[in-house]
Design a protein around this ligand. Structure first.
Ligand SMILES: O=C(O)CCC(=O)C(=O)O
Length: 262
């Protein structure tokens, strides 16, 4: 792993935790070396040609711009390679390693953190041509834990910009209360409401360099556009919960054991 200012200096970790508390997200620049990024990207590319199961396809999500079905043009465009923790051994020292553990414990203000195998645990594969638009949502909407304070790691394997569909986040939205009428049936922010428009106008593009890590709160509203470039965008995404914050028994969130983070 590359040197990371955040991993080396307790002061930087404290500053990252303060930024996270305020905004609901923080970027840890250069968290992973270019060498590791390239090696993981090569493993991911080998899983894309052909697409190795388990995977989710753009046609499966029905988001704006996605192919209408798996048999439509572009219907074989993958969106996510699933089970990334068990699939990509090279990622394991990073995503349950001590450097990330130190950062996660600080931003989550807890002493033991676990990686959930049930949510995200994927490589997002935003492909040119048939990628879709992800509307404004909170990841916690379909997850079932005793408390909502989960955190996701988004690790950029390549550059992420507005042009290739980088994430946008509404700062501070993890601390806001939202009435049900502001959300549609799938729990996306209704874009036609003036109060939602005003909120969305405060969003920030989270542009990342290869190896940058983004930590974001499961209640932070985020969205992303299509990849309008001619190169695929690959991002590893994992979700963490505090050891004291257990998944609700019998739900999808409790389907697989969580992995301790160093
Ligand atoms: O890259 C994207 O389109 C955003 C994905 C996302 O926000 C999600 O799957 O929760």
């Amino acid at each position: 792993m590359n040197s990371s200012t955040v991993s080396r200096h307790p002061d930087d970790i404290a500053a990252a935790a303060a930024r996270f508390a305020e905004d609901g997200y923080v970027v840890l620049p250069g968290f992973v070396s270019r060498e590791v990024c390239d090696a993981v990207a090569a493993d991911v590319t080998a899983s894309l040609n052909p697409v190795l199961a388990p995977a989710e396809f753009e046609a499966d999500v029905g988001y704006p711009g996605s192919p209408a079905s798996r048999s439509a043009a572009g219907g074989d465009t993958p969106r996510r390679l699933l089970n990334a923790y068990s699939r990509f051994a090279r990622l394991r020292p990073v995503v349950v390693g001590p450097e990330l553990g130190r950062c996660l414990r600080a931003v989550m203000d807890t002493d033991q953190v676990l990686l959930s195998q049930c949510h995200h645990n994927c490589v997002m594969t935003k492909a040119p041509g048939y990628s879709s638009v992800t509307l404004w949502h909170q990841d916690i909407r379909y997850w079932r834990f005793e408390q909502p304070g989960l955190v996701s790691l988004w690790l950029a394997l390549g550059r992420e910009t507005e042009e290739n569909g980088a994430l946008k986040i509404i700062p501070g939205s993890h601390r806001m209360a939202f009435t049900h009428d502001r959300l549609d049936d799938a729990k996306f922010l209704k874009p036609e409401l003036p109060e939602n428009q005003a909120l969305i106008a405060t969003a920030r593009n989270v542009e990342l360099e290869p190896g940058d890590a983004l930590l974001f709160h499961a209640q932070a509203f985020h969205a992303a556009g299509r990849n309008t470039t001619d190169r695929i965008k690959l991002s590893c995404v994992f979700t963490y919960h505090a050891a004291h914050n257990a998944p609700v028994p019998g739900t999808r969130s409790a389907q697989y054991a969580s992995i301790p983070v160093g």
